[in-house]
Design a protein around this ligand. Structure first.
Ligand code: ASP
Length: 330
């Protein structure tokens, strides 16, 4: 029996055409599908196009819309392929990993660096691989399939703007490789059992404060007014500057005293933060209760904080944030 797959087309370069104003999404899902006729041999596909955007414009409401399409169609389909722009695909993949948990059915995101009609495009291979992976008996959960790699939705990051190998799996191996249209799985299981869990809310009031040397601490005036959750993207293992006046520590203390959630992470792409290693990090603990993202990617940390804060506040939200989902933290 062929699997029945729902294609959720959302735009991106893969669906773009050259316009007077530059590349922009313009291709329908059926037109995209007609470029990969081999897919019809492996699965039956139906299509839906909730929006057709450059992924620069995709954020929490769109993630919720995709998750809601998956929830409404979950029993009628065996898997889902989401075509998406590459720029924010890692955020969408991470968000879907929190919004659709414990899914024994695959949710596969793909896109391309070049439009499907450009010469030397990677679109046809990626699209075909995404469907063939989705149709395979071994697949489940939220994954990105791109340039032959199958990457966990919680571990993906766009690390190249031009090359076909645009995505890296950060501090975790790719779970499979696509070769000749077949997945070779390196890591499989444990496959989820029981029912999937769908979540329908995100708290979009999350801010990422990227530290730069000399940043002014009055940024906390804005943060205290406008955010529920703050991710401090610090240097190296993690810490905050004193700059002789302790203004950053005072700002963070003020933020935490309002009952808001702060998470420390690092700008270093690999190996995560270790807040207690240096005095400049350990001193953060004197500001109040602060959480640490450890080895999570920024994309996972941002979307997981939005998810956790939509369900709880304070210690309860921090507990949710630190509970592993699909190897996002270990
Ligand atoms: N700007 C495009 C997007 O993210 C880039 C791409 O799809 O590769 O929608």
């Amino acid at each position: 029996m062929k699997k029945k797959i729902l294609m959720i087309a959302t735009g991106g370069t893969i669906a773009s055409k050259e316009t007077a104003g530059g590349l922009a999404p313009a291709i329908s899902p059926d037109e995209l599908l007609s470029c990969v006729p081999e897919v019809a041999e492996a699965c039956n596909v139906e299509t839906v196009q909730p929006f057709n955007l450059d992924s620069t414009d995709v954020y929490a409401p769109h993630w919720l819309e995709i998750a809601s399409i998956i929830e409404r169609n979950y029993s009628a389909f065996d898997g889902f392929v989401v075509t998406h722009g590459t720029d924010t695909m890692a955020y969408t993949a991470a968000a879907l990993s929190y919004l659709v948990q414990n899914s024994a059915k695959p949710v596969v995101l793909t896109g391309s660096q070049r439009s499907v009609y450009s010469r030397d495009t990677d679109a046809r291979r990626n699209l075909s691989d995404a469907f063939l992976y989705c149709a395979d008996r071994s697949s489940y959960g939220v994954r990105i399939v791109f340039d032959g790699s199958v990457i966990l939705g919680t571990r993906a990051k766009k690390t190249r703007t031009r090359s076909f190998n645009a995505f890296s799996s950060i501090d975790f191996p790719a779970v499979a490789t696509m070769r000749d249209g077949r997945p070779y799985c390196y890591i499989s299981g444990p496959r989820p059992s029981g029912e999937p869990r769908f979540y329908r809310k995100l708290d979009g009031n999350v801010f990422v404060l990227k530290m730069i040397p000399g940043l002014r601490a009055d940024v906390f005036d804005y943060l205290c007014k406008s955010c529920d959750g703050l991710i401090i993207e610090s240097f190296g293992s993690g810490g905050m500057p004193d700059y002789g006046d302790g203004a950053f520590f005072e700002g963070l203390s003020r933020f935490l005293s309002l009952g808001k959630t702060a998470v420390l992470t690092t700008q270093a792409e690999h190996e995560g933060s270790s807040m207690d290693k240096y005095a400049v990090g350990r001193k953060l603990r004197s500001c109040g209760r602060i959480t640490e993202a450890g080895c999570m990617t920024l994309e996972a940390a941002v979307t997981k904080l939005m998810w956790a804060l939509s369900l709880a506040r304070g210690e309860e939200a921090e507990k949710l944030f630190l509970t592993p989902v699909e190897y996002d933290i270990y």
